[in-house]
Design a binder for this molecule. Structure first.
Ligand code: SF4
Ligand code: SF4
Length: 190
């Protein structure tokens, strides 16, 4: 936990967003990143809960709760607060192959499950994730994550993925085994 009093000191702040009627005129990014100091303060709001519901990814009462990818949210919030973007990126990529998508289009089940939201507003996990992955691209840290396995150990498989907003999550599920395979066919399910 980066700053034990962070959740008491800092209020939730969101990135500025272009008005909906304006943003539909093009395909540009419509969120403006906040200053780095402010972003790190947002990460400092994370309490590193003993039971981090944000990353649970489980069904409660028939509803999905917490990050379905089990992203290591408290860990990378802490690293982000300390300014260790490189390590935060490594940690983010352990569970998420497409943070550049999920940090934009995910419905943020992590935030809906965040303990900080019980009495106050939840931690800005989704925007924090976006800050980490954007750092990775801006600093040329992104590259293939292939495992060094011999051809004999590589398999062939076919994986269906779900349409629309579920695609980042199902594509992630499809790509993880790809690290161990020679070839994979990914097809969309309608
Ligand atoms: S925004 Fe990121 S951390 Fe939150 S639920 Fe989606 S993928 Fe998981
Ligand atoms: S539930 Fe919220 S406050 Fe607790 S560890 Fe997760 S992001 Fe941090």
């Amino acid at each position: 936990m980066g700053k034990p009093t962070g959740f008491l000191e800092y209020e939730r702040k969101n990135n500025q967003a272009v008005e909906p009627l304006e943003r539909i005129k093009n395909f540009n990014e419509f969120h403006t990143p906040m200053r780095e100091k402010d972003r790190r303060e947002q990460a400092a709001r994370c309490m590193n809960c003993g039971v981090p519901f944000c990353q649970s990814g489980m069904m409660i009462g028939g509803m999905a709760s917490g990050c379905p990818l089990n992203n290591l949210v408290p860990e990378w919030n802490d690293l982000l607060y300390h300014g260790n973007y490189k390590k935060a990126l490594q940690m983010l990529r352990q569970t998420n192959n497409f943070p550049e998508f999920t940090s934009r289009v995910c419905p943020a089940l992590c935030e809906a499950a965040c303990t900080c939201g019980l009495n106050d507003t939840p931690v800005t996990c989704k925007a924090n994730e976006n800050a980490i992955i954007e750092y990775g691209y801006a600093n040329e840290l992104m590259g293939a994550q292939l495992q060094r396995l011999g051809p004999a150990k590589r398999l062939q498989s076919s994986v269906p993925v779900l349409p629309d907003w579920q695609q980042p999550i199902s594509l992630t599920a499809a790509v993880i085994p790809l690290r161990y395979m020679r070839e994979m066919i990914i097809s969309e399910v309608f």
